[in-house]
Ligand binder design. Structure first.
Ligand code: ADP
Ligand code: MG
Length: 376
């Protein structure tokens, strides 16, 4: 397929921070951008040529997007996969509606991970109440996760007994879930793939991810694991993208177990919070890759230019009266880069921005990043 070149119009479903960073990348590369998002104050709107302020399934807005954009992508997996399939009838859509549908549902997602020959945590798919009336011991202690709409640890309940698991399932309203065995994690890592075709793909360096209260807190790159294990995670992520015949940016989260083995946790059909380090530390960043993939351009090189640590800035860092944190030290640190998403109100847990710190080693970057965070 012919490459889509500037100044073509590119469309994105969703105008949050991922859409915003996509819009910045696309505009910088000379494309024009249309964002579809129902929120007047969508962070991406500031950088978009057009903001279609309508629900994600609004037929007129989708028709407008399909007609006016040379290609359309998404910033989140919870869009209607059917909307993506509808758009695909008249314009180029990546990732495909089918791939988005897979990433939307933990049951389908895990089946695909297994189909690609990759390991998952032992899990039980629970479509209805009969499915949980079986021997649950292989999955306990475990985590009950809703099959759909979970993020940042939401929609998850930790359970130790079969009775607790069944009660938690009922409490979640009997919606489809997976019961996953709680694994003893050494650490968590992610690998982000950009795939354009079977012969054209690239993978970013592996990030080590530290979470706080179920939300990503810090990403450390290079991950502090053996190089061979990092290479294995990259190979697994590429293999999954291949199995899905994926086009676009695909993030793959892994658990590293105590015995140094890897388990695939989940995937995201888009740039990922754990890839924000690429904005300052890689030759090409993950949003440029998203633009390149949707336009059918070759993926850019993913070389790491410097060890780096990314720190998420949640609304909790803002003052109780809504006043800004003290940016004075961070803003002037020569090896740090602050990114704010332009969100007006800071609620606890809300992703407001992040900063990247570059240093000679990942450990040094981590020490400096934590010291900088303490000044806010
Ligand atoms: P989310 O969609 O909210 O990111 P995840 O499935 O990635 O959901 O779970 C969030 C976090 O919970 C993970 O990053 C990990 O720290 C922890 N977690 C999830 N599943 C397991 C498991 N099977 N064993 C141990 N920890 C887990
Ligand atoms: Mg996750």
């Amino acid at each position: 397929m012919a490459a889509i070149l500037p100044p073509a119009m590119l469309g994105i479903l969703g105008g949050g921070q991922l859409g915003r960073m996509f819009a910045v990348a696309a505009k910088t590369m000379g494309y024009r951008v249309t964002v579809l998002d129902p929120d007047e104050a969508a962070p991406a709107a500031e950088f978009a040529d057009r903001h279609l302020c309508a629900p994600f399934n609004d037929p007129a807005a989708l028709e407008d997007l399909a007609k006016s954009c040379a290609a359309v992508t998404t910033e989140f997996e919870n869009v209607n996969a059917d909307a993506m399939r509808l758009l695909a009838k008249t314009t180029r859509v990546s990732p495909s509606g089918d791939c988005v549908a897979i990433a939307q549902d933990r049951i389908v997602e895990k089946a695909w991970i297994a189909k690609a020959g990759l390991p998952t945590a032992p899990y039980l798919a629970i479509q209805s109440v009969e499915d949980i009336q079986v021997e649950l011991a292989p999955y306990l202690p475990g985590i009950l996760k809703t099959a759909r709409l979970g993020y940042d640890g939401k929609g998850q309940v930790r359970v130790s007994t079969a009775a607790e698991a069944r009660a938690a399932y009922a409490n979640l309203g009997g919606q489809p879930c997976v019961l996953e065995k709680m694994l003893d994690l050494q650490l968590e890592v992610s690998a982000i793939v950009t795939r354009v075709s079977a012969t054209q793909s690239a993978v970013f360096p592996v990030a080590e991810n530290l979470h706080a209260d179920g939300i990503l807190d810090e990403s450390i790159v290079p991950a502090r694991i053996k190089p061979a294990l990092a290479a294995e995670a990259q190979a697994m992520a590429l293999r999954l993208a291949e199995a899905l015949d994926y086009v676009g940016v695909l993030a793959v989260e892994f658990f590293v177990l105590a015995d140094d083995s890897l388990v695939v946790n989940e995937i995201a059909p888009r740039p990922h919070n754990s890839g924000h380090y690429t904005l300052t530390a890689c030759l090409t960043d993950q949003f440029q890759q998203q633009v390149r993939a949707m336009c059918g351009l070759l993926p850019g090189r993913t070389d790491l230019l410097s060890p780096v640590v990314m720190v998420n800035l949640l609304g909790d860092v803002w003052k109780d009266n809504g006043a800004q944190p003290n940016w004075d030290v961070l803003a002037e640190a020569p090896n740090a880069q602050l990114h704010l998403y332009g969100k007006k109100s800071a609620r606890p847990g809300r992703k407001m921005g992040h900063f990247n710190v570059m240093a000679a080693t990942a450990d040094e970057a981590l020490d400096q990043a934590r010291a900088l965070k303490d000044t806010l």
